[in-house]
Design a protein around this ligand. Structure first.
Ligand SMILES: Nc1ncnc2c1ncn2[C@@H]1O[C@H](COP(=O)(O)OP(=O)(O)OP(=O)(O)O)[C@@H](O)[C@H]1O
Length: 262
């Protein structure tokens, strides 16, 4: 008996984003299944952060379709985007923690000021504390509630950023360069957490990354953006075995080849 594949959690169909007649994203089509990890790679300026911001509903795509669980974000008003944003957690580049707030307050912020704040406003303080403790345990940093972000290493900050993004139990987590600037061992620990959130909670992830090792370690699918277009979209093996010289030059990090660096 044939099984019907699950409908995609995220679907981009011919998605375009134009600013002043300049196509920043052009005709992007891809599907992200529930629980899948999609890595977005490409040269600097290729449109990686823009695609992530479109999916987060922070940048309005100009045309095409961008469906989250079947709901099209394109052309939606800010107010209509709120329930869709509530399904998502975002881990920003360099974690973007508030330096003047301790770790507890940074994570609780995700609950009390995030897209589902109305729900959590009624939650007793003891329950919030318990939740923050649990989240810190999940990311391997139990008991650091009172520490201030400037006291933490880069890897710890990223893990606190992930705990904050996971606080509202999002179905989708978007990561903007989660391992940039980290040593290879700490980067591998962050990768492990991304995969673990998929395995234990079924989270669907979109990861923008420059870290080739990390991409091939965690990706179920990869899209390489080149001048705003999807140069290749497929499994890690599809990318490795591609005979496209642009793809090969990029993944090997070679200077010579068809890629023109702007
Ligand atoms: N609102 C905007 N107005 C004008 N240009 C924009 C806007 N948003 C993005 N761009 C341009 O679109 C291009 C893609 O930007 P984006 O930040 O998505 O690239 P990126 O692949 O994430 O790069 P990096 O790896 O350097 O972070 C860049 O040239 C950027 O200047």
């Amino acid at each position: 008996m044939e099984t019907t594949p699950a409908p995609p959690r995220i679907r981009l169909k011919d998605l375009c984003y134009t600013v002043d007649d300049r196509e920043i994203l052009s005709g992007i089509t891809l599907d992200i299944a529930p629980g899948e990890i999609l890595c977005v790679m490409g040269l600097s300026g290729a449109g990686k952060s823009t695609i992530l911001r479109c999916i987060a509903g922070l940048v309005p795509a100009t045309s095409g379709e961008l469906l989250i669980d079947g709901v099209d974000l394109v052309g939606k008003q800010e107010r209509e985007l709120l329930p869709i944003r509530a399904k998502m957690g975002v881990v920003f580049q360099y974690a973007a923690l508030f330096d003047s707030m301790n770790v507890y307050a940074n994570i609780a912020f995700g609950l009390l000021r995030g897209p589902r704040c109305r729900e959590f406003k009624k939650t007793p303080r003891a329950e919030i504390t318990r939740r923050v403790q649990e989240l810190l345990k999940e990311v391997g940093l139990p008991g650091i509630e009172k520490r201030m972000p400037p006291e933490l290493s880069g890897g710890m900050r990223r893990r606190v950023g992930l705990a904050r993004a996971l606080a509202t139990e999002p179905e989708i987590v978007l990561y903007d360069e989660p391992t940039s600037g980290l040593d290879p061992v700490t980067a591998a620990a962050i990768d492990d957490l991304i995969v673990r959130t998929r395995n234990t909670k079924g989270v669907t992830s979109v990861v923008v990354s420059h870290d080739m090792q990390s991409i091939f370690r965690i990706a179920d699918k990869i899209v390489m953006l080149y001048e705003g277009k999807a140069q290749i979209y497929g499994t890690p093996d599809d990318v490795r075995n591609s005979d496209d010289p642009i793809v090969q030059q990029f993944i090997r990090g070679e200077i010579d080849g068809p890629i023109e660096i702007g």
